[in-house]
Design a protein around this ligand. Structure first.
Ligand code: DGL
Length: 269
């Protein structure tokens, strides 16, 4: 175990995802922690993670964590359910800094459902993981949890296609069976899916509650930084820096659109 002796509240927070999905988490982090500088890596050359083996995802997570640690990150956020399921324990073994991961919001969904049927939309990597099985075992009792691996949705978001007829048709394939099963609560179990929230809600109707974990992750990061004495408390206005392992110009175009800032620069990893 490599102890992290860095106690510098002005150091940045490192965030990574297989691509641009983690921006949905970054949005909440920015709101909850306006003073923190954030380093964001989109591992676009290796997206999607959902169809990769746990070993392949672990190798990528280690490479990205190493990069972010090298840039001076004081904490890491794994803004990806699939990478958390595959690699969070490994990263925690390797680094002493606070590491915040994420998992599908089964617990709040079970508390929210009235019909007793909860739908979970996630990648196959997440749904097949031991971590997800444990989540169902611990919190899924007493309700029916219907899971749906949503192949192709990550790629749609990566292309910036968050409101096209093709994405709508693909989504309907996954959502219709959940509606037929009687689900009234839907867990968005992949960080790419909040970018499809409007489209999803228009397909399933206002009666379906959609739940994601971005805000909870931001709160957890706040708690972890505070507990470690790493919370930035000066008057600095936090800035974001972006990298990608993919084509910088392409990813920059998508990030500018999803982050709603035309001035963002994305660098090649
Ligand atoms: N955004 C990711 C997640 O939360 C990963 C998607 C993927 O690359 O398959 O699961």
């Amino acid at each position: 175990m490599e102890a992290n002796t860095l106690i510098d509240p002005s150091a940045p927070v490192g965030v990574f995802d297989s691509g641009v999905g983690g921006l949905s988490v970054l949005r909440h982090i920015r709101q909850a922690l306006p003073r923190e500088d954030i380093l964001y890596v989109a591992d676009s050359a290796h997206a999607p993670y959902g169809s990769k083996t746990p070993q392949q995802i672990q190798a990528r997570a280690l490479a990205l964590a190493e990069f972010l640690a090298g840039q001076g990150a004081k904490a890491l956020v794994i803004a990806c359910n699939t990478a958390t399921a595959a690699a969070a324990p490994l990263l925690r073994e390797r680094y002493g800094m606070p590491i915040v991961g994420m998992e599908p919001a089964v617990k709040p969904a079970v508390a929210a459902t009235r019909s007793g049927v909860v739908g979970v939309l996630a990648t196959s990597g997440t749904l097949q993981s031991a971590r997800f099985a444990a989540l169902l075992e611990n919190y899924g009792r007493g309700v029916r949890v219907v899971t749906q691996a949503a192949h192709g949705l990550v790629e749609s978001v990566e292309r910036g296609e968050v409101d096209t007829p093709q994405t709508r048709a693909l989504l309907w394939q996954y959502l219709e069976p959940l509606l037929q099963e009687g689900a009234d609560t839907l867990v968005l179990g992949c960080t790419h899916y909040p970018f499809l929230r409007r489209l999803i809600q228009s397909l399933v109707g206002e009666g379906m509650t959609l739940i994601d974990t971005g805000a909870a992750v931001a709160r957890q990061l706040h708690r972890r930084l505070e507990a470690a004495g790493l919370l930035r408390q000066d008057t600095h206005a936090g800035v974001e820096h972006f990298w990608t392992s993919g084509d910088a110009a392409t990813v920059q175009r998508i990030i500018r659109r999803l982050w709603e800032d035309e001035k963002i620069e994305v660098h090649r990893l």
